[in-house]
Design a protein around this ligand. Structure first.
Ligand SMILES: Nc1nc2c(c(=O)[nH]1)N[C@H]1C(S)=C(S)[C@@H](COP(=O)(O)O)O[C@H]1N2
Ligand SMILES: [Mo]
Length: 311
């Protein structure tokens, strides 16, 4: 990670060890065990800190996946399709300067630069499970605030029913765009009520630091009850829509990737079971939980829907 905040003096940058100590203090004994397994040196020595952070009650207490795995085992097809390619190639991404525009069915279309996004709402640490449709999962301490904080700034009209997320589309920064593996730019979407749900995080960092490029710098979305591909990285536009958008994965293979893609152990992917998952760093597989363990918070969003049909 070589991102620097041009505006910040070196003294404002919290060393990773201090971050780890602060997090221990905040999280109490449940997280102590997890943190002590994680040497400060495992964090980036150069990435700017995003502290101080509020602790979120929506966090899981599960053991964190080490920073080294979170930042080296990635899906980010703009940098290649192998898990190790984003970490190898994403240094060509320039996360500053950066803007995100909010447009479409809104009364106030707006463009925010990164400094404005960082100041828009108090940053929180949210420890979430992330479950990839491929059958692996991680536990990641994300940093951000509810996406709803950003969306409401643009004042969605009464006709807005869906939200589309559009990733940067620049082959100079993203060598994978020269491959036809997906229809670029990467697009994802949520229903408006999903996007406004308090769990849905506008994500600017992880492990207390700005996002590593390979994790979607400088800004991404994380919707933790859905398969990982719903959480678009390196977003440049958020579009409010009347109609359901077609995401890149649905376009590539509609019979395998539906619009909702809620984590569901009872609905197999056409080519493999979704009943279990491998937590990165563990040997034995775990049972996959409905809605990735967030059923209490989100199941009501789908009341009356047949989730086998709306997969
Ligand atoms: N723009 C973009 N966003 C993306 C992807 C991608 O290829 N391009 N991959 C998705 C998939 S499949 C997963 S599992 C998660 C992985 O996020 P992580 O690497 O930060 O763990 O990012 C998602 N967001
Ligand atoms: Mo994924």
């Amino acid at each position: 990670m070589r991102v620097k905040f041009a505006s910040e003096p070196a003294s404002a940058i919290t060393p990773p060890e201090i971050y780890a100590a602060r997090r221990q203090f905040l999280q109490g004994s449940a997280a102590l065990a997890a943190i002590s397994l994680l040497p400060g040196s495992a964090l980036s020595a150069t990435a700017p800190s995003l502290g101080p952070l509020r602790k979120s009650a929506l966090s899981t207490n599960e053991k964190l996946t080490p920073f080294s795995d979170v930042s080296s085992y990635n899906n980010f097809y703009e940098f290649g399709t192998d898990k190790d390619e984003p970490a190898k190639h994403a240094q060509s991404l320039k996360p500053r300067p950066w803007t995100v525009r909010i447009e479409g069915e809104v009364q106030k279309p707006r463009t925010f630069d990164l400094d404005a996004l960082l100041k828009l709402a108090p940053l929180e640490e949210r420890v979430y499970r992330l479950r990839c449709v491929e059958g692996w999962s991680m536990v990641i301490p994300w940093v951000g605030y509810p996406l709803s904080e950003l969306i409401r700034q643009a004042e969605p009209t009464g006709s807005a029913k869906y939200v589309e997320f559009i990733t940067l589309n620049d082959a100079k920064q993203m060598p994978g765009l020269n491959s036809r593996v997906l229809d670029w730019p990467y697009r994802e979407g949520l229903r408006l009520d999903e996007a406004m749900h308090p769990l849905t995080l506008l994500t600017l960092g992880l492990y207390g630091q700005v996002l590593p490029n390979q994790n979607g710098a400088p800004v991404r979305v994380v919707a933790p009850w859905k398969y990982g591909f719903k959480s678009a990285k390196s977003i440049v536009a958020i579009r409010l829509l009347r109609e359901q958008p077609v995401s890149s994965w649905t376009r590539a293979n509609p019979s395998e990737y539906g619009f909702f893609s809620n984590v569901n152990p009872a609905v197999d992917h056409p080519r493999w079971s979704q009943a279990k998952e491998r937590r990165i760093g563990e040997f034995l597989k775990r049972e996959t939980l409905p809605f990735n363990g967030y059923a209490d918070q989100v199941a009501s969003l789908y009341a009356g829907m047949d989730l086998r049909k709306h997969f």
